[in-house]
Design a protein around this ligand. Structure first.
Ligand code: HMG
Ligand code: MG
Length: 307
């Protein structure tokens, strides 16, 4: 199949990237991260999560953060909302796009959001209705699409089931989360084949964690299947508090480097993104987790920009 001409990159660093950080990160640092990502050309920046502060303390400043970010024209700042309480708080804080998150694994659903898959879908219904009334778009995540930290293998049919339920409920895009990062390219292709039988291909996004270094390979495999939306996290930050040992998402700068090399337009300035990666990594007291930032900062080397 011909590769897509353009790809939408959904930056999840400020949420997925930071949610698991043990050290408190100031709201000001998060605000600056979001500003730098916007200036680098990211058009969708997942800003925070309206979840229980007891469960995910790093996201406890959600309302303050939403009040402090500078909203650039043409950029959206979605937030996670697991239930009606989360949605109401998100709307009060000025969120203009939200995301619900379900799973293809019963055990992960229980650990992550304290309910069965079926009950999670029931919980999302009033979220969808209230969001619709407020004119707010809802994205849907499915976790554990290529394996579960508690159950191991997950069948593509189980993923397709949750994905289609979220799509039929009104989610405009379904992001398939390889939460554990255990996926490999052929498995990713089988997954997309199963899900795209029930959700249109142009409504599917790939969300690959990089635990085994397969995220970029999985993105390339997904591109070959026609997927044109990918979630990524600057500097490869992140992981899920309920997937112990899982690494962060594919690093945004590595994804952009891949796409530039394939001649696929993203509108993202790779140099500015790498500067942002180096900056947030220094703020967190570590080296960038991406190959591109290391290559750029280790010694001067040419950066492939779109032609
Ligand atoms: P629950 O325990 O079922 O809810 O939580 P509850 O209704 O029994 O309430 C328990 C307490 O939480 C109450 O407070 C509620 O008020 C409060 P208390 O009376 O005990 O003081 N509460 C809330 N507080 C703030 N915001 C809310 C909210 N809801 C209830 N929205 C809930 C259900 C889902 C909220 C909880 O289990 C939770 O917050 N879980 C954390 C989930 C999470 O953030 N996980 C990480 C993000 S998902 C992810 O990373 C995967 C993804 O990246 C894709 C992939 O990689 O696979 C998206
Ligand atoms: Mg994730």
């Amino acid at each position: 199949m011909r590769l897509p001409d353009t790809v939408k990159v959904v930056e999840v660093g400020p949420r997925d990237g930071l949610q698991n950080e043990p050290r408190v990160i100031t709201t000001a640092t998060k605000v600056e991260l979001i500003a730098r990502l916007g200036k680098a050309g990211l058009k969708v920046i997942e800003a925070t999560a309206f979840v229980s502060p007891q469960r995910v303390p790093q996201m406890a400043d959600n309302a303050a953060l939403m009040g402090a970010i500078e909203r650039l024209p043409g950029v959206t700042y979605p937030v996670l909302t697991p239930n009606l309480k989360g949605l109401e708080s998100a709307l009060a804080a000025g969120a203009q796009e939200v995301a619900v998150f379900g799973a293809a694994s019963e055990s992960f659903s229980q650990k992550n959001i304290h309910c069965s898959i079926a009950n999670s879908l029931k919980r999302f219904e009033p979220v969808m209705a209230a969001a619709r009334q407020a004119g707010v778009r809802v994205r849907g995540y499915v976790s554990c699409v290529l394996g579960c930290p508690y159950e191991g293998n997950i069948q593509p049919a189980a993923v397709a089931q949750t994905a289609s339920a979220l799509f039929e409920m009104g989610c405009y895009e379904i992001s398939l989360g390889d939460t554990t990062g255990a996926g490999t390219p052929e498995a990713a292709k089988r997954l997309i084949e199963a899900v795209s039988a029930r959700v249109p291909l142009d409504r599917i996004a790939g969300h690959y964690h990089d635990t085994y270094g397969m995220a970029i390979a999985n993105i390339y495999a997904s591109l070959q299947c026609g997927v044109a939306v990918f979630d990524a996290s600057v500097a490869g930050l992140g992981g899920c508090p309920y997937a112990p040992g899982a690494a962060g998402n594919a690093a945004t700068e590595d994804v952009v480097y891949l796409l530039n090399g394939l001649g696929i337009a993203t509108g993202i300035d790779l140099g500015a993104l790498i500067d942002c990666s180096v900056w947030i990594s220094a703020a967190l007291g570590r080296s960038p987790g991406s190959k591109s930032a290391r290559a750029r900062t280790g010694r001067p080397s040419p950066v492939i920009e779109p032609s």
